[in-house]
Design a protein around this ligand. Structure first.
Ligand code: DGJ
Length: 753
């Protein structure tokens, strides 16, 4: 059992092979935090870790305890109005106008497995033996508010899942104004805070800063998790690198407004917490009602940032992503967007699809523009009526044709939006998100449908159900191209308007859930103008997400690298697009575009009829050959594209016998230094055959000086490095592949038996 309760010392020891987490019930019955770090030998009490001193200006909890103040201890779920003056996790407005809360231990339960979070995305287990869950129930007697803190310890992951359930067992209504998913007080503050910021086309750029006294935070109040700040943060030691050292990860399984913050107090402790953003939040909890917070997943590592990322990758890939597509090889897709935008008809689509099929593509995706009237982005959203003028025979006929070509068929939707000149808006102007008496904001010429309303959700389910029809569509790209303003729901009474944002996202989740239940075979890919809603919440419904609208391979090196800190590469939608690139006008060699996109949920987004057939066929064949290694192996970041001219990453099979390495040179250099790329994750004593993909297919005359295959021990490849020097470090005679900017090297490694 990875959760032990020591009743004499009232201490809970949560542990697995990767960490220990200690909670002790404090003298007043509130749960205190004693330790989170490498596993500790279990013992009856860890009381020496609880220090209670009388500090200047301290306010004690009651005359009964002369040196016990919540301000000077580490807490599990601090509440408003108490002797603790740091930021609080829970604040509740009470009928008498008060906000003080003092929930104290009532009981606890330790159960095998992991309970579901109703209506919310969450990690899960398939067998009870995979995890144990501690539920710590606290009661605030004056209000009757029951607070259940849930902790799931996974047996095989360095991760701890937390969530909170709040139940009004009293007689009067309460309003939750702040209900965080977790709080973690750490005894030190010498950490660096790593967050992932950005915007459209530049999503999830890692930014590192030293934690300083006061509050540091990332957040979104846009109604979605956003491209600006991702609901994921790493706290690392200064000396922690990609390969060694301590770090804690905080990831929120949520797609709406969020807050993740760290507060360093004057005694150099760090309070971490996260959950639904309190700004504008207010949830009325009537007697007998319950509210569940989104789940937060904490991870701990001593093996560097790659170790931390791999914990999230493995857990999210296998126990957050669900359904048929979780363990199936992801199909190579071709998306019509950058090929035709909205300018197409059946003839063009079918000829594009035929070329795709000839090249070996497995899934053809028809992007935006298939419904009526939709020739630009000013109209058409909401009615979801096929444009039979453009598409002869409609979706049924088209999908039949694509299926007959031997491919799966996918379709784009933007369910959450409506165009002003649509029948839907004409009939239901009250279905949009708008504040009465105010002009609703408009983004990309569209309004947001109020998904907090069941009638809106039902309408969308029915429309989508009709189009997706049995067996017609195998994949859905679910887009969302604007954020929410003037938050308000016409279906909610005034005192419940603070519930709008959360109810909206619950509506999105519910619609997804119903569609998944109805069409379990469909592979969903989430999208929000690229990566404006790339978060773990979405991964629970859609196993992959379009990572960014920026398809330039060199920009993608950074975007995919940054995204990989939390998210498995199998979830990162990445496509080869045409050059000059449509976003940056950059021209990048095809083999580099392929070499970047293959480290993701791979596909194409171009007019494949106009490209060099042999090369593309070769790429697709190569990808298919190595796709399960790429999809299920362990991903390592080797060299950061944010730090220099050379970037590198690799994937190693779980048994360490196979690996694929990508190394990228951004700008050409004259008289360049020799290069070595230090690999990771290999067996030190295994002899690996190393094949250079490009050189092994160049005719011998062109690549005479390269060995087709090199044999090297794992320790040499990891400690001394793989020599990746190209001809730019020599005199003149360059092979085509080494010339110019934006080059790429790809290696395959296989351990000899
Ligand atoms: C934004 C998406 O990110 C693109 O890939 C494309 O689907 C367009 N929307 C279509 O409008």
């Amino acid at each position: 059992m990875p959760v032990i309760f020591h009743s004499a010392s009232r201490t809970f020891h949560l542990f697995n092979p990767f960490y220990s987490y200690l909670i002790k019930l404090l003298p007043d019955g509130s749960p205190g935090q004693l330790y989170f770090g490498p596993p500790l030998t279990d013992r009856e009490d860890f009381d020496r870790l609880l220090e209670l001193r009388n500090r200047p200006l301290q306010v004690n909890c009651s005359p009964q305890w002369d040196c016990f103040s919540l301000d000077s201890v580490k807490l599990e779920y601090p509440c408003a109005g108490t002797t603790d003056f740091r930021r609080t996790a829970l604040e509740v407005s009470q009928p008498n106008g008060g906000r003080t809360l003092e929930p104290r231990y009532l009981r606890h339960e330790i159960t095998p497995g992991k309970p579901k979070l109703s209506g919310l995305p969450a990690t899960y287990v398939e067998e009870d033996s995979e995890a144990d869950t501690l539920t710590l129930v606290l009661l605030d007697e004056p209000t009757g508010l029951q607070v259940s803190l849930r902790y799931t310890v996974f047996a095989g992951h360095a991760a701890l899942a937390r969530s909170v359930e709040l139940e009004n067992t009293g007689a009067a209504p309460l309003t939750l104004t702040r209900a965080m998913s977790f709080c973690l007080d750490l005894p030190e503050s010498d950490y660096q805070w790593m967050e992932f910021i950005g915007g459209w086309g530049k999503e999830r750029t890692p930014v590192l800063r030293d934690l300083a006294p006061g509050v540091t935070s990332v957040e979104s109040v846009q109604g979605c998790s956003s491209a600006q700040e991702n609901p994921f943060v790493i706290l690392k030691r200064k000396e922690t690198t990609e390969f060694a050292g301590e770090a804690v990860g905080l990831s929120l399984v949520y797609s709406g407004n969020f807050l993740l913050q760290a507060q360093v107090d004057s005694w150099e402790t760090t309070r971490l917490m996260g959950g639904i953003h309190p700004e504008g939040f207010g949830w009325a909890l009537y007697p007998g009602e319950r509210f569940t917070t989104p789940e937060a997943v904490l991870a701990y590592t001593r093996s560097g940032l790659n170790g931390l990322s791999q914990t999230y990758h493995t857990l999210y890939r296998s126990r957050l992503v669900r359904g048929e597509w979780r363990d199936k090889p992801r199909p190579v897709l071709l998306n019509s967007w950058e090929a035709f935008y909205m300018d197409f008809d059946s003839k063009k689509i079918l000829s594009l699809a035929q070329s795709a099929a000839d090249f070996g593509v497995e899934l053809f995706v028809l992007d935006d523009g298939w419904f009526f009237p939709r020739n630009d982005d000013t109209q058409g959203l909401g009615d979801w009526v096929v444009d039979c003028g453009k598409l002869y025979g409609g979706i049924r006929y088209l999908s039949g044709q694509i299926h007959a070509m031997g491919m799966l068929f996918g379709l784009w939707f933007e369910p959450e939006m409506v165009s002003p000149n649509s029948r839907l808006y004409e009939n239901h102007p009250d279905w949009i998100v708008q504040t009465p008496g105010r002009q609703p904001g408009i983004g990309r010429n569209q309004y947001v449908l109020d998904l907090s309303r069941k009638d809106v959700e039902n309408y969308l389910f029915e429309r989508m159900e009709q189009i997706l029809g049995p067996g017609m569509v195998d994949y859905v790209k679910w887009d969302m191209n604007r954020c929410i303003t003037q938050p308000y729901s016409g279906a909610l009474p005034p005192h419940r308007q603070g519930e709008f944002y959360h109810r909206y996202i619950l509506g999105v989740y519910s619609l997804y859930e119903r569609l998944i239940a109805r069409f379990p075979h469909i592979l969903f890919e989430s999208c929000a103008s690229g990566g404006n809603r790339f978060d773990p919440g979405m991964l629970y419904y859609a196993p992959q997400a379009w990572c960014s609208d920026n398809t330039d391979a060199i920009a993608r090196l950074q975007i995919q690298y940054g995204t990989s800190y939390c998210y498995p590469i199998s979830s990162i939608g990445s496509h080869v697009s045409v050059c000059p690139n449509h976003q940056l006008s950059r021209t990048t060699p095809l083999y580099t575009r392929f070499g970047v996109a293959m480290f993701g949920a791979f596909g194409y987004e171009l007019d494949i009829r106009k490209v060099e057939e042999l090369e593309y066929k070769w790429q697709i064949g190569l990808f298919k050959h190595y796709r399960s290694l790429l999809q299920f192996g362990d991903f390592y970041r080797l060299k950061s594209p944010f730090e220099g001219n050379i970037a590198g990453w690799m994937v190693v099979s779980r048994d360490k016998t196979k690996a694929i390495v990508g190394e990228y040179k951004i700008l050409a250099q004259a008289n360049a230094p020799y290069r070595r790329l230090k690999l990771a994750g290999l067996k030190p004593d295994a002899l690996y055959s190393v094949v250079d993909f490009w050189n092994s297919r160049i005719p011998a005359s062109a690549s005479g000086k390269f060995n087709q295959r090199l044999d090297c021990y794992g320790d040499e490849l990891m400690q001394a490095g793989l020599v990746t020097t190209d001809n730019s470090s020599g005199n003149t005679s360059q092979t085509e592949l080494d010339q110019g900017d934006f080059t790429c090297k790809l290696f395959y490694l296989e351990a000899q038996p």
